[in-house]
Design a protein around this ligand. Structure first.
Ligand code: KIV
Ligand code: ZN
Length: 385
C-alpha cells in the first residue's frame, strides 16, 4: 500500500471561503483537532496577509507537535520572511510558496514572460530553502499550463531546493483523466521528480475535486491537499473526509492509504461546521446527517436482514454512532415493526396491521415520522377500544 500524505488547508484555503472568518482561539481549536485526526501537514494561514494571520500561524506552529505546520507565501521575499518569523518555532517548519504558471495568469495577472516566471520561482525557492528545512512549491493554475513548460519549471525549482511539488487545479477546470495524465507525465519527464513529494490540490467548481484527487493518486501523486467538509474558495476544495474514506473503502482498487484516524472524522467535521457557521448538507457524503439513514421500505428491509446490502461504509468507521432507519412514507412493515419493538411497544398482529395503515396515512402528510408519533398512534389504538 502506498502512503498518501494529507495536507490540510482548512485554516488557509478553507478560511478563504466567502463568509468565513475564524478568530485566533477557533483556529487553534481546529488545529488541535486536525492533529488528533492525524493529518500530516497543517496549512495554518498566510502569515503576510494580516497581523491576525501571522499571530495564529505562530501560535499553531508553536503548539502543534505531531504535524508539520506550514504557511503560504507569494514569490516575494517579504512574504517568505514573515512566514519564517511565524513558523520557525514549529516542530518541522515548512514553507508553501507559489507562483502562477499558466498563460492566462502569466499574461494578464503577472505580466511576466515564461522565462521571468522561472527566474522568479527559482530565486524565491533558493531564498526560502536557506531558511526552511522543507519548501513546497506550487504552480498556481498548473492544470491550464503548457505541459512542456510545467516539466521545465518543476525541474528548475527542484534543482533550486524544493522538496514538495504541488500541481493545483486552481479553478476546478480539469477532467479526471486529464488531471491524472499531468501527474503521469511529470513522473515520466521531470528528471529529478523522484527526489520530491508530488502533491495534488483540487477545487470543486465542476464537482470533480475528489475524482481529480483520486486520478492524481493513480497518476503518481503521494500528497493530497484539501479541507474538512470541502470548504474553500468558490465551490470549495477537495473534502478530505471523502478522500480518506474512499481510499479506505476502495483500498482494493487504489492500493493507497492515509494515516488518518478515521473515527475522528465526524468530530472534526462537527467542529469545523460549528466554528465556521457553514452547515453540512444532509446528503453530504461521509458526514451528512442522511449518509447512514435509510428511508425506503426496500432498503430498510435489506439493511435489517444484512447491513451490507445498502451500506458500504459502517457509520462507526467515521465516528458516527449508528445508522438510522428513518420512518417515512416509503418505509415498509418490517422497519415499522422493528421500531415498535425497539420502543418496547407491544402490540398484537391485528393491532400492528391496523396501526401500519394509520402510520402510512400520517406519514403521507409528514416529512419524517418520529418515535413520539408512533407512541401516540399506539396509545390511541389501545385507548380507542
Ligand atoms: O488553488 C490554488 O492554486 C492555491 C494555491 C495557492 C496552492 O490555493
Ligand atoms: Zn486552492
Amino acid at each position: 500500500m502506498r502512503k498518501i500524505n494529507i495536507f490540510d488547508t482548512t485554516l488557509r484555503d478553507g478560511e478563504q471561503s466567502a463568509g468565513i472568518n475564524l478568530n485566533y482561539s477557533e483556529k487553534l481549536e481546529i488545529a488541535f483537532q486536525l492533529e488528533r485526526l492525524g493529518v500530516d501537514i497543517i496549512e495554518a494561514g498566510f502569515p503576510a496577509a494580516s497581523k491576525g494571520d501571522f499571530g495564529s500561524v505562530q501560535e499553531i506552529a508553536n503548539k502543534i507537535r505531531h504535524a508539520s505546520v506550514t504557511g503560504l507565501a507569494r514569490s516575494v521575499q517579504g512574504d517568505i520572511d514573515a512566514a519564517w518569523e511565524s513558523l520557525k518555532g514549529g516542530a518541522e517548519p515548512r514553507l508553501h510558496v507559489f507562483i502562477a504558471t499558466s498563460p492566462i495568469h502569466r499574461d494578464y495577472k503577472l505580466k511576466l514572460s515564461k522565462e521571468q516566471v522561472i527566474e522568479t520561482a527559482v530565486q524565491t525557492v533558493k531564498y526560502a530553502a536557506e531558511r526552511f528545512p522543507i519548501v513546497q512549491w506550487s504552480a498556481e493554475d498548473a492544470s491550464r499550463t503548457e505541459l512542456d513548460y510545467l516539466v521545465e519549471i518543476v525541474e528548475a525549482v527542484i534543482q533550486a531546493g524544493a522538496r514538495v511539488i504541488n500541481i493545483p487545479d486552481t479553478v476546478g477546470y480539469a477532467a479526471p483523466q486529464e488531471y491524472g495524465a499531468i501527474f503521469k507525465h511529470l513522473r515520466e519527464h521531470v528528471p529529478s521528480i523522484d527526489k520530491v513529494n508530488l502533491s495534488a490540490h483540487c477545487h470543486d467548481d465542476l464537482g470533480m475535486a475528489i475524482a481529480n484527487s483520486l486520478a492524481a493518486i493513480e497518476g503518481g501523486a503521494n500528497q493530497i491537499e484539501g479541507t474538512i467538509n470541502g470548504i474553500g474558495e468558490r465551490a470549495g476544495n477537495a473534502a478530505l473526509e471523502e478522500l480518506a474514506v474512499a481510499l479506505r473503502i476502495r483500498s482494493d482498487f487504489y492500493q493507497a492509504k492515509t494515516g488518518l484516524t478515521l473515527n475522528e472524522i465526524k468530530r472534526t467535521s462537527d467542529l469545523v461546521s460549528k466554528l465556521t457557521g457553514f452547515a453540512v448538507p444532509p446528503n453530504k457524503a461521509i458526514i451528512g446527517r442522511n449518509a447512514y439513514a435509510h428511508e425506503s421500505g426496500i432498503h430498510q428491509d435489506g439493511v435489517l436482514k444484512e447491513k451490507t446490502t445498502y451500506e458500504i461504509i459502517s457509520p462507526e468507521l467515521v465516528g458516527v454512532s449508528s445508522n438510522a432507519l428513518v420512518l417515512g412514507k416509503h418505509s415498509g412493515r418490517h422497519a415499522f415493526k422493528d421500531r415498535l419493538k425497539t420502543l418496547k411497544l407491544s402490540v398484537s398482529d391485528e393491532e400492528s396491521n391496523r396501526l401500519f395503515i394509520q402510520f402510512k396515512e400520517l406519514a403521507d402528510k409528514k416529512k419524517e415520522m418520529t418515535d413520539e408519533d408512533l407512541v401516540a398512534l399506539v396509545l390511541e389504538e389501545k385507548t380507542s377500544k
